[in-house]
Design a protein around this ligand. Structure first.
Ligand SMILES: NC(=O)c1ccc[n+]([C@@H]2O[C@H](COP(=O)([O-])OP(=O)(O)OC[C@H]3O[C@@H](n4cnc5c(N)ncnc54)[C@H](O)[C@@H]3O)[C@@H](O)[C@H]2O)c1
Length: 356
């Protein structure tokens, strides 16, 4: 009987790979693991990556396939997703992988998902203005979020596509229009800034980066990235030169990679690592783990701006608590004013894109 059961499970699993179109599952959020077990997958959550064949998407897909909290992994892109899916599906980890190609398969990719990670879009290329980049990525994020409102309105959304300071307000407006907006479930991914800050501070102080925790608040571009070096754990004191050096290096980490790659792209591997660290925190929160805290760009009342990045506690329904900034020193207060000025414009730009 046992052998028969295993064979049936294997057949179900193989047919699942071959035919990704399966019936709609009710109730997309939370701990609905029964249907995953029935397909032979490990217990866990259903995760979709939109833009899965890209520079970030591919290593992100690989790392999520290795994540024991994931039972089903949907890989969607407008190009090359069948190849990436075939490749990743050979990894002998628990998650069942399914691929989806092109707009006509977007809804199938999204149905029943607990978490949707969005690295879809174009990175900045030589000759491209910020406005060119904005218009392309804003349109992509709008289309993808419209799919989410239809197919998995209760999913947690991790938005990576740049400019995050504008794409998160865009997503919020799309969800509001559809009547599905829940600010607790929409998170702009600023984790790479935190990962870089931890690494660079560890280098300067001679520490192990795994033991360093730097809160990075504000937004995710240039001066809007505000590392709070006065709140680093373990407590560190920096000279004014070290503070200047670290703040500038953290704010310009993206440019450092773009220049080193010399025309061959932007941060993809460290970004995939950061995205998985953040997604894993969201899944731990969904699972009900206590004290899961990370920085993210979210709808917020921490400042007068409608969106702001700061530390948030993640729980079963997304963001459970948003923490205030804590005491800032003079250097950080000046940085905060600069950050808020630029952020206000970027947020407005995103809102106007949908409202125009
Ligand atoms: N949040 C962050 O910290 C951070 C860091 C680095 C890069 N980024 C941003 O992430 C995005 C992706 O960067 P990348 O280097 O992976 O770019 P990439 O061009 O290598 O990959 C993007 C992928 O998105 C896909 N895509 C395009 N339109 C799509 C659509 N309508 N639906 C689904 N997929 C679509 C492309 O086919 C491609 O596979 C860029 O906007 C980049 O600026 C964000």
């Amino acid at each position: 009987m046992q052998a028969n059961g295993n064979a049936n499970q294997r057949i179900a699993r193989i047919s699942d790979h071959l035919n990704p179109n399966y019936p709609k599952m009710e109730g997309s959020s939370g701990l609905q693991q029964v249907s995953c077990r029935a397909k032979g997958g490990a217990p866990g959550f259903k995760v979709a990556i939109l833009g899965a064949a890209g520079g970030i998407g591919q290593p992100l897909a690989m790392l999520m396939k290795m994540n024991p909290l994931v039972s089903v992994l949907h890989l969607y892109d407008v190009v090359n997703s069948p190849g990436v899916t075939a490749d990743i599906s050979h990894m002998d980890t628990g998650a069942v992988v399914r691929g989806f190609l092109g707009q006509s398969q977007l809804e199938d990719a999204l149905i029943g998902m607990d978490l949707v990670i969005i690295p879809a879009g174009v990175p900045r290329k030589p000759g491209m203005t910020r406005d060119d980049l904005f218009n392309i990525n804003a349109g992509i994020v709008k289309t993808l979020c419209e799919g989410i409102t239809k197919c998995c309105p209760n999913a947690i959304v991790n938005l990576i596509s740049n400019p995050v300071n504008s794409t998160v307000p865009i997503a919020a407006e799309v969800f509001k229009k559809a009547g599905t907006y829940d600010p607790k479930r929409l998170l702009g991914v600023t984790m790479l800034d935190v990962v870089r800050a931890n690494t660079f501070v560890a280098e300067v102080m001679g520490l192990d980066p795994r033991e360093v925790d730097v809160p990075v608040v504000g937004g995710h571009a240039g001066v809007t990235i505000l590392p709070l070096l006065s709140q680093v754990k373990p407590p560190c004191s920096f000279t004014p030169e070290e503070t200047d050096y670290l703040t500038s290096r953290i704010q310009n980490g993206g440019t450092e990679v773009v220049e080193a790659k010399a025309g061959a792209g932007s941060a993809t591997l460290s970004m995939a690592y950061a995205a998985v660290k953040f997604a894993d925190a969201c899944l731990q929160g969904l699972r009900g783990d206590a004290s899961v805290i990370q920085c993210a760009f979210v709808a917020s009342q921490v400042t007068e701006l409608p969106f702001f990045a700061s530390k948030v506690r993640l729980g079963r329904t997304g963001i459970d608590e948003i923490y205030p900034l804590g005491p800032l020193n003079e250097y950080e207060r000046v940085g905060l004013e600069k950050a808020k000025k630029e952020l206000a414009e970027s947020i407005q730009k995103g809102v106007s894109f949908i409202k125009k």
